[in-house]
Design a protein around this ligand. Structure first.
Ligand SMILES: [Zn+2]
Length: 256
């Protein structure tokens, strides 16, 4: 089975993982953020893509999300797990959140179908089967992860104001970020399963008086990345081979 993973480069460093090759792709939508790192883990073919490029060259509003996701399609990948660092609105630094819903305020046009009328259904925005595999793994490993969480996507690259965070809280957002929703929507448009694991690295603006230092944010991310890796590689083994989820038939009845 092939699995796509979008996240930081820290994810590559894991025991039992065999790096096979780097794949450079050019898609009809341009170049992805970096080459896809093809690796093998047990019987699974894993393809990593650093969302912002390995040298962190692309800010959230500069990432070519369409190329990144289409690249996975070209590699025949039907399942993607995205790892993101987020600001906590109702969650605190160090928490892990398996997003269950989203609010998109980024103003980005997240579609492959500019010239066709395609309205994909996102009443279940993240793949229920991938979510289930991740939840089951975290339970088995005794690693806490919030089963539900609403991700608010903002355009960036600046962080939010305290008033914006108050607004997001009223709207029901639990975490805030700039990337995950674009990936989830574009994946669904290509009938690719997508689920997101979020690491809360800091409080969103105005939530707590005390600001975290950059060092604390990086420490939070690194400490939690170990937990995320454990969940991720355990979850991969729990994903059923056959796809039986809304994502796999997302284009049915859309006229495509
Ligand atoms: Zn799915």
């Amino acid at each position: 089975m092939k699995i796509g993973i979008i996240g930081g480069s820290g994810l590559y460093k894991i025991e039992n993982i065999e790096i096979i090759e780097e794949i450079n792709l050019i898609t009809p939508y341009g170049s992805p953020s970096d080459s896809y790192l093809h690796a093998r883990y047990k019987n699974f073919e894993i393809y990593f893509l650093p969302r912002h490029g390995r040298k962190h060259s692309f800010l959230p509003h500069e990432v070519n999300y369409k190329a990144n996701i289409y690249g996975f399609k070209l590699l025949d990948i039907e399942r993607i797990i995205g790892i993101s660092a987020v600001g906590g609105i109702t969650k605190k630094p160090g928490d892990l959140v398996l997003t269950s819903d989203f609010i998109d305020l980024s103003g980005r046009i997240n579609t492959f179908y500019n010239d066709k009328v395609v309205h994909i259904d996102v009443s279940e925005p993240f793949c229920p089967i991938l979510r289930e595999a991740i939840l089951e793994s975290s339970k088995n490993l005794n690693i806490e992860i919030y089963e539900f969480g609403v991700y608010a996507q903002m355009q960036g690259p600046r962080l939010e104001t305290p008033a914006e965070i108050r607004m997001l809280k009223i709207l029901g957002a639990d975490v805030v970020g700039m990337t995950l929703v674009s990936e989830a929507i574009l994946s669904r448009e290509l009938e690719i399963c997508y689920a997101g694991i979020n690491v809360v690295t800091n409080y969103a603006a105005g939530i707590k008086e005390k600001k975290l230092t950059t060092t604390e944010v990086i420490e939070n991310m690194n400490r939690n990345l170990e937990k995320v890796k454990k969940i991720l590689f355990n979850a991969i083994e729990k994903i059923p081979t056959q796809r039986n989820c809304p994502c796999s038939v997302a284009l049915k009845e859309t006229g495509m």
